[in-house]
Design a protein around this ligand. Structure first.
Ligand code: C2E
Ligand code: MG
Ligand code: MG
Ligand code: MG
Length: 282
């Protein structure tokens, strides 16, 4: 037992691990109560068409602010929610909340905008997911053609046949499918021919280097070309400056999402942005 070993370095390390485990347990506990306690909400980040500059859709991003520990970043809570399975409940909440919000926008004359919602691979293991998606039109009034489901390349790694079946069912219901963080994971081009993907989201890590690194620029260029040849639309993630925009424009990237146009916003600020009819080229 490291604790009784008498070596300070061990004890030091051990107590760090203990802190880690405690923090994880605390967060797991907090996560199981965020819906009841109203400590969960969504922010919305606009996606703009590169050519027209208009907002065409937006991504819903989960936020948690707990009275006990304050703001917790998705990078920290999503993996814990996945491990504990709580993501299934939070993910269902996010789907309904996002579609409710989008229906409000459509009814207010802002539409039709497309709302993109992240669905974790853990959620795909739950057969209930399809029933949840099926219930959206009745629950929220929104037509599923306005919903895009964002999945990551990890759906390709395990239970491919099962996941493919679910994704096809989502398509049949009218949803579109985006492949998120493209290029960072297990990218086999082979899968692109098997999964009915509507949108490819180029990961921020390539966009970061697009101005300074020739190879990153080549990768982005090739992804865009390949996608277009397959009739897939491309979103560049994490675009922060005009130099990047210039390059993406030259590469005929369709859509851009990033701080250059807007950070993720609370619902009221998002509605305000839409009301101003702000465009990328203003
Ligand atoms: P993601 O789906 O790839 O979302 C994009 C992330 O990039 C968001 O981080 C967004 O705030 C950030 N981002 C966008 N533009 C910029 C930019 O110009 N600069 C920088 N530095 N960052 C930018 P966020 O909100 O922290 O979310 C992180 C990840 O957590 C998401 O990555 C997604 O994988 C996961 N996530 C968030 N909400 C949900 C959810 O409702 N369900 C599931 N399953 N996962 C979610
Ligand atoms: Mg996403
Ligand atoms: Mg992404
Ligand atoms: Mg990401």
């Amino acid at each position: 037992n490291a604790k009784n070993s008498g070596k300070n370095s061990y004890r030091f390390f051990d107590s760090y691990m203990e802190d880690d485990v405690n923090r994880k347990n605390d967060l797991a506990d907090i996560l199981s109560h965020v819906i009841d306690k109203n400590e969960i909400y969504l922010q919305y980040q606009p996606q703009v068409n590169v050519e027209s500059g208009q907002v065409t859709g937006y991504e819903a991003l989960m936020r948690i602010e707990s009275e006990l520990v304050g703001f917790i970043s998705p990078a920290e809570f999503i993996p814990i929610a996945e491990e504990t399975g709580i993501i299934n409940i939070l993910g269902e909440w996010a789907l309904i909340e996002a579609c409710n919000f989008n229906q409000v926008l459509i009814k207010s004359g802002f539409g039709p905008l497309r709302v993109s919602v992240n669905v974790s691979t853990t959620q795909l293991k739950d057969d209930h997911l399809i029933d949840i998606i099926k219930s959206i039109p009745e629950k929220t009034g929104m037509d599923l053609k306005h919903l895009e489901i964002e999945i990551t390349e990890s759906v390709l790694m395990n239970s491919f046949e099962h996941n493919l079946k679910l994704i096809n069912q989502m398509k049949e219901l009218g949803c579109s499918i985006a492949l998120d963080d493209f290029g960072t994971g297990y990218s086999s081009f082979n899968y692109l021919t098997q999964i009915p993907i509507d949108t490819l989201k180029i990961d921020k890590s390539f966009i970061d280097g697009i101005c300074s690194n020739e190879k990153d620029r080549c990768i982005a260029d090739s992804i865009i070309d390949l996608a277009h040849k397959m009739d897939i639309s491309v979103v560049a993630e994490g675009v922060e400056d005009n130099e990047q925009l210039q390059i993406l424009q030259n590469q005929f990237c369709d859509t851009l999402q990033g701080y250059l146009f807007s950070k993720p916003l609370n619902s009221t600020d998002f509605i305000e942005l839409l009301s101003k009819h702000k465009t990328l080229h203003d």
